[in-house]
Design a protein around this ligand. Sequence first.
Ligand code: SF4
Length: 180
Amino acid sequence: MTKPKVASDWLAGCAGCHMSFLDMDERILELLKLVELRATPITDLKEPDEEGVDVGILEGGISNTYNIEVAEKMRSRCKILVALGDCAVFGGVPAMRNFAGADEALQRAYVEAESNDASGMVPNDPELSTAVHVAPVSDYVKVDIALPGCAPSADAIFEVLASLAQGKIPEVKGELNDWH
Ligand code: SF4
């Protein structure tokens, strides 16, 4: 039987969801019996290298034009698209800066932050003001499965992928610690 191909990519977010995937540890061997891992934290390829991926996983929210391009590419290459983690599902913690607005967020990051070792000026880069806003993946492309959590547990990720590999739509619960 042909195993479904799985690929993941990483948008604007921290590495937490990535690390949670790796936290499967030896269960990855179990997972490998069910799926073929293409571009994932395991293979360290950062995006699917081919068409016809069965399950695509996107981590992180969208905060710039490059993220949009990656999301659109993943959508076009993957039959099922999974938004992994709070950032991808609804913007998560990074989206809190949306409430401040671009000018205030940039002022706080570049001028007021105590740890800032820059010149105390907001850089003159037009990309910055568009990069401040964080949006969920579903604002730009269709998402088939949303797996919230910051980060979702390795068990939750395993369960979703194992279910999809067996042709089932996984039952996704809302909270990381509520998975089992
Ligand atoms: S959901 Fe949490 S762990 Fe995942 S990318 Fe966002 S902040 Fe990081």
